[in-house]
Design a protein around this ligand. Sequence first.
Ligand SMILES: NC(=O)c1ccc[n+]([C@@H]2O[C@H](COP(=O)([O-])OP(=O)(O)OC[C@H]3O[C@@H](n4cnc5c(N)ncnc54)[C@H](OP(=O)(O)O)[C@@H]3O)[C@@H](O)[C@H]2O)c1
Length: 283
Amino acid sequence: MVVMILDGKACSERRLEILREEIDESGLNPHLATVIAGSDPGSQMYVRMKHRTCEQVHIGSVGIELPADATTGRVLEAIRRLNDDADIDGILVQLPLPGQIDADRVIRAVRTDKDVDGFHPLNLGLLFSGKPNFIPCTPKGIMTLLAEYHIDVAGMQAVVIGRSIDVGRPMAALLTNADATVTLCHSRTKNLADEVKRADILVSTVGRAHFITAEMVKPGAVVIDVGINQLNGRLVGDVDFSGVREVAGAITPVPGGVGPMTIATLMENTFLAAKLRACNTVW
Ligand SMILES: NC(=O)c1ccc[n+]([C@@H]2O[C@H](COP(=O)([O-])OP(=O)(O)OC[C@H]3O[C@@H](n4cnc5c(N)ncnc54)[C@H](OP(=O)(O)O)[C@@H]3O)[C@@H](O)[C@H]2O)c1
């Protein structure tokens, strides 16, 4: 079977170029603020990548760096300032936060019209009600990638593995909104292999190298690999790419699949926030 490689890197580059032109033509000056606590190298690298991409598309950015022992109150104070800052359109809190910080309170403190990560319960609720405003970047980026490759999920059996707020749950909601029939699996799912085998489209967000192998996948299925894992010093996804590509109809690589789409979508969400604020839209 000839597999279609869903090239998120190329797709995101095309979209970022278009976005830069739209921003330049809009006359707006969108700004993203990032908030990070602690010095986790992975989190710092992601934040740096986001600032670099902002520069590429002419979005201004500011970074708030708090110490690893910051209290919940200190983070909330930083969020309050950004909420009140008329120059800031989007606020991104880099997760995970250190354990002593109440992440739920922090997420709920972000103004909903600056919540470009889409994690605020109000924005998640709108998504689940089928009337989304800000949609979490990873699942939204996946839907964009599918659309770019003209993959219509309507009527498909979709299986999502993982039920986190940032990926699995909103992914299931987006697929439902797009008329797929969705099964959401997690660590307590019985007979996971049977569920996976029925999938016309499979989204794996587990965070375990080579969790999905070729014999688990239905021939011709669309396989979306969200996982980011280290294996023998290499970056790999959840999917055993070399084996699964032999049976799948389409597949995202790691790296170069979902990751770049996530960052491009963050930029699109930030521009959306700037446009909505400029129109003073009430929703
Ligand atoms: N590419 C990107 O842009 C991007 C963005 C975000 C995350 N990621 C990556 O995606 C992965 C998942 O991230 P996350 O934030 O969603 O992680 P998470 O919060 O740890 O969620 C992992 C999910 O996998 C489920 N799970 C764990 N073991 C399982 C098993 N044996 N069988 C079935 N389900 C199992 C868990 O089930 P329970 O709920 O029952 O515990 C949980 O729902 C990580 O590798 C992360 O780095 C990538």
